[in-house]
Design a protein around this ligand. Sequence first.
Ligand code: GLU
Length: 424
Amino acid sequence: MAYIEPAPITDKANPFESMMSRFQVASQHLGLDDEVYNVLKSPAKQVIVSLPITMDDGALIVFEGYRVIHSNILGPSKGGIRYDPEVNLDEIKALAAWMTWKCAVVDIPYGGAKGGIRCNPYQMSPGEVERLTRAYTTAMIDVFGTDRDIPAPDMGTGPREMAWMMDQYSRAHGTTINAVVTGKPLVLGGSLGRVEATGRGVMVSALSAMEKLRINPYNATCAIQGFGNVGSHAGLLLEERGVKVVAISDLSGAYYNENGVNLKDAMEHRDKNKNQMKGYEGAESLNPEDLLTLPVDVIVPAAKEDVITSQNADKIRARLIVEGANGPTSAEADDIIHSKGIMVVPDILANAGGVTVSYFEWVQNRMGYKWTGERVNRRSDRIMKDSFNKVYDTAVSYNVSMRIAAYIVAIDKVAKTYKYRGGF
Ligand code: GLU
């Protein structure tokens, strides 16, 4: 296809190029035409704002905030807000596109977006984070909207920030509008099950893949990179289903226990210890670089982008990788892993449980009604399982990896919808 300009298959990649190289491969399999390809490769809207904030010591610091709407073809755009010192436009663009594909894979009526502020929330006081969050929301007042663009938590943000966003947006409109943000605290219209939802989806994906690979969960071992909201809940739920989680890690280091780390205990330690595992005594310390190459059955990268690269892909000994994080595997590493016969449940499928329950939260807010946790879990488990099966069947029929199959499912859906809707 002549219109596809060669995007380098990169390793420690520019994340947008990394996304594009998979997009190109899947587009070729689908025989996507030039027009649709060009529409889908370009983000619909990119907003950059400067946010001057008075810090507690009186200094005025100007932060940079972003919101990228990759697509609103399937519906209002959806995606989290990331607070991280490394946030940059290319990363947010890639993450926004991944949200488009993610929502399409699980068949929920949303386009994709992502936002972020370049900051270190862990070195800021709650008051500083609140002012920054309210300033960002005000700057994005015409971007966000219940039927336009709906933020949610991501790295460095959680229910607390979502509450401030909802409140700031509501003040500007003179009435409470809780469906404009998801991942809110329960009392503000948050959904039961939302906090655990991404980890729960990772667990459902992992068990579905283990069934295909004939791995018995009761004999299986697992290592989890990242012990934040996604990694810890995925681990806990896998542990409940018999999987032995022998290693976990976070920014403070990696922790190994051959008899299985007691995850409830580890979470309690983390919560009492400023969100860090530092000083945890229920496991031996391990070189964090060795975690992904441990001789376990399953690895769950649940931290950041580009942690599995051509440098370590060859050393991976697990039979299954379930991507809790967005973009943890570089495009170059994809081929190495695929040729080793390792199954990857890709990010846009494996971690879609979060946005699925965000969708349920939005639906409940719009209905003014609350579902039981049981109903939320049952419906999200079904969506995750059905989506897994659809991607698996696509991988078999196109003879491609699960990752390319997930892109094929997603791009096909968005492209077909675009064809019906049309352009100018
Ligand atoms: N930030 C999460 C993700 O990357 C959730 C997005 C949402 O719920 O809108 O999937």
